[in-house]
Design a protein around this ligand. Structure first.
Ligand code: C2E
Ligand code: CA
Ligand code: CA
Ligand code: CA
Length: 276
């Protein structure tokens, strides 16, 4: 604060104004990005751990921001949620991912598609009609699509209702980042999920910690009891893959099997089409 003439304290600092302006600019730029085609989807393979066959792909959004390069979702999903831009962003991602799944199918590749949906997006009344519309226009069978939600969905009644309605369409639901949020056994047993994704923090701690190994074994058993299958995230070493396979984990995702990449690069890689 600066002392001004007359003894008044000036609380406004120029940096604060700059920050507000930068945020305004980011918001305007993000709106342009969403509506102007600067969003890019990368796809990461999901493999069957027992056969190593690629059975599906998770769509992960990026922002090709002019002059700034390719930004990861960590740099703009938060802003999208705060500003409501997550709604049009989520619609675009869902539509593009479903179109890609159909394109793969037409090429003879039977890949399931997985899309991240924010709790905020799921809580809006417009989500279900948008989902129906995308399935109708693409012709994608609903059981080829999985939406991923995080445990924050449990704190939001409208999102929970949306989730139940989604499941009735035959679309599958995965619980993302399991074990990092507000996991609750009572929610888990009350609300059916098709997939439980074991967060990569567990995968990475497997080697050093017998406790982690025990917890991961429990998660896999728990999912089985609940009729869900498990996908382990963040697998980087064959040791991690071997351990998880032996522990009964069905599917896996991670740099060991493939980093997120453009669908174009998948097209030029016959090795990932083994399930087609
Ligand atoms: P997520 O859903 O947990 O996605 C997995 C993240 O882990 C991705 O980061 C992926 O690139 C990274 N990853 C995959 N395998 C490995 C590995 O072996 N090692 C390590 N260290 N990392 C790995 P990414 O693409 O930066 O996405 C971050 C998060 O952003 C996602 O986490 C998801 O929560 C969110 N997100 C991404 N796309 C969307 C979207 O379209 N909509 C919404 N609402 N959220 C999205
Ligand atoms: Ca995810
Ligand atoms: Ca995850
Ligand atoms: Ca995450």
């Amino acid at each position: 604060a600066k002392r001004e003439g007359g003894g008044r304290i000036r609380l406004f600092r120029p940096e604060m104004g700059e920050r507000v302006l930068a945020r305004q600019r980011d918001k305007a730029d993000l709106r342009t990005a969403v509506h102007g085609g600067q969003l890019v989807l990368h796809y990461q393979p999901i493999v069957d751990l027992t056969t190593s066959v690629v059975t599906g792909a998770e769509a992960l959004v990026r922002w090709q921001r002019p002059g700034r390069g390719l930004l990861g979702p960590g740099e703009f999903i938060g802003l999208a949620e705060e500003t409501g831009l997550i709604m049009p962003l989520g619609d675009k991602v869902l539509a593009a991912a479903c179109h890609q799944a159909v394109r793969w199918h037409d090429q003879g590749r039977a890949l399931d598609i997985t899309v991240n949906v924010s709790t905020r997006q799921l809580a809006t009344a417009a989500f279900l009609p948008a989902l129906d519309r995308v399935l109708a226009t693409t012709g994608l069978a609903s059981d080829r699509l999985t939406i991923e939600v995080t445990e924050s969905v449990w704190a939001d009644d409208a999102a929970m209702r949306g989730l139940m309605a989604v499941r009735e369409t035959g679309v599958r639901v995965a619980l993302d980042d399991f074990g990092t949020g507000y996991s609750s056994l009572s929610y888990l047993q009350r609300y059916p999920f098709d997939v439980v994704k074991i967060d990569r923090s567990f995968t990475h701690a497997l080697e050093d910690s017998g406790r982690t190994a025990g917890v991961v074994r429990c998660i896999i058993d728990l999912a089985e009891v609940l009729g869900a299958h498990t996908v382990a995230e963040g697998i980087e070493t064959s040791e991690q893959a071997d351990w998880l396979r032996r522990a009964g984990c069905a599917f896996a995702q991670g740099y060991l099997f493939g980093k997120p990449d453009h669908a174009d690069n998948w097209d030029s890689q016959p090795s990932v089409s083994s399930s087609g």
